[in-house]
Design a protein around this ligand. Structure first.
Ligand SMILES: Cc1ncc(COP(=O)(O)O)c(C=O)c1O
Length: 429
């Protein structure tokens, strides 16, 4: 058997003939690491533990949760002899970036239909990277109009394979294959538990956006009969992240596999198999929250710098904010906890330097994402009092030369900008 072949096929060999799949991941099984500094920080008991599943390095160019889904989804596109992929997301979509990278690798076309999301440095980077990897970009302000544009495009491009946003089922509709990628991921975790790489988790924390990741893990766990408590931190609208949508996504995918192979146990996921944390989203998808930003910074200090991973503020920061509140409670100090890291940590900064931040190569419609002025608390290292009043406080991705409405005097601003330009050049551009 090919070492990279899905472990799910090993358990249920009949699936191999029927379920489409291509090999994309370059580093599986992804490691599990013990977060010992974090354990100390939260005074975990000696029989408790916190681990991270390092999906952030599952691919040599772009890690994260997307390629696990694409092994099956793009497997289907190739089986159907499609020549391109069409998909949807916000202007900073990680799903779209992963699609652009993989399609380029496979010689397929890529058309991304993009809608507004809160503007951050991450959005600016993503747009440049989509373009660099050869994706064609289509833009409208809202999701309704990109869906419409995408629908019209589909009529004229039947050789394109359509993936829904996030590569997940949408309220039970679409392809269950992205979710199959995470059922397979859970089987991978089980073999790591069996191999003694980590204790069986009592609890798994994972982000819920389009929910394919969480649904796959929960369904995989159900198939294998493990007793694990799933905490899904909602990072997108409750319309997508709710008990019904998640159980539907789990069960549609389980039924798909049960139809493919009668050896698959006839299990079903129920709403009490998981818990949704709804307090960490903030006002909407993509906005930074103070708790999310603090989680990103704390993890970076305690573990990320040493182990080479970072979180971001849209998904994983909010998830870890939920984890931190959980770890703060005395009754959880003896639990075995796993955080499933879904964000890429391969370095794309060098590539962005090479591109030279040349946003004028993008279609004109996207210029506005670079011409808008930002504000920045971090660059000016403002005192706490000033920061509290500053609307840009905690927006650490904002670039220092775009500072507006700064309440520091000119001279102090200049000193801070000069000093920080060095730091930011090293870290970000
Ligand atoms: C970094 C990251 N984490 C988590 C998610 C959420 O995954 P899902 O859409 O499967 O819920 C996404 C989706 O875009 C993501 O980019």
């Amino acid at each position: 058997m090919d070492a990279k072949e899905p472990i799910l096929f090993k358990s249920f060999p009949a699936l191999k003939e029927k379920v489409p799949w291509i090999s994309l991941l370059t580093n599986i099984p992804t490691p599990v690491d013990k977060l010992t500094e974090l354990e100390k920080h939260f005074n975990m008991a000696s029989d408790g533990s916190v681990y991270i599943k390092r999906d952030d390095i599952d691919h040599e160019i772009y890690g994260g949760n997307k390629l696990r889904k694409f092994e099956f989804l793009i497997g289907e596109a190739l089986k159907k002899k499609k020549k391109g992929i069409q998909t949807f997301g916000g202007v900073g979509t990680n799903h779209g970036l992963a699609a652009a990278i993989v399609t380029k690798e496979l010689g397929l076309k890529c058309d991304l239909f993009l809608a507004d999301q809160p503007l951050t440095w991450h959005v600016q980077r993503s747009l440049l990277l989509f373009d660099h990897f050869g994706a064609r970009l289509h833009y409208s302000k809202g999701y309704g109009s990109i869906a419409l544009k995408g629908g019209i495009f589909r009529l004229f491009h039947p050789k394109h394979f359509m993936m829904l946003p996030g590569g997940s089922l949408l309220l039970g509709r679409g392809s269950p294959l992205g979710t199959v990628g995470f059922i397979n991921a859970f089987f991978e975790l089980k073999s790591q538990i069996d191999g003694g790489k980590l204790p069986k988790p009592d609890v798994i924390f994972v982000a819920g956006g389009s929910t394919g990741t969480a649904a796959g893990l929960i369904a995989g766990c159900k198939l294998l009969g493990l007793d694990i408590d799933f905490k899904i931190v909602a990072v997108s609208d409750p319309m997508f992240v709710n008990p019904k949508s998640i159980t539907t996504n789990c069960n549609v995918t389980l039924e798909y596999l049960q139809d493919m192979d009668e050896a698959i146990p006839k299990v079903k996921v129920e709403e009490d198999d998981f818990e949704i944390y709804t307090d960490y989203l903030g006002s909407e998808y993509g906005v930074k929250t103070i708790r999310g930003q603090n989680a990103v910074d704390t993890i970076m200090e305690l573990e990320g710098k040493k182990k080479g991973f970072k979180l971001e503020t849209t998904y994983t920061g909010k998830t870890v904010a939920g984890l931190f509140d959980y770890l703060n409670k005395d009754e959880n100090k003896s639990k075995n906890i796993l955080f499933w890291n879904t964000y890429n940590s391969q370095n794309l900064d060098d590539l962005l330097r090479k591109i030279g931040f040349n946003w004028k190569n993008l279609p004109k419609k996207f210029y506005k994402f670079y011409e808008t002025k930002f504000q920045c608390w971090q660059i000016t290292e403002c005192p706490q009092e000033t920061r509290k009043k500053c609307p840009a406080y905690l927006n650490h991705e904002y670039r220092f030369w775009k500072v507006t409405k700064c309440s520091l005097d000119e001279e102090k601003q200049k000193i801070a900008r000069d000093a920080l330009s060095k730091v930011i050049e090293l870290e970000d551009t």
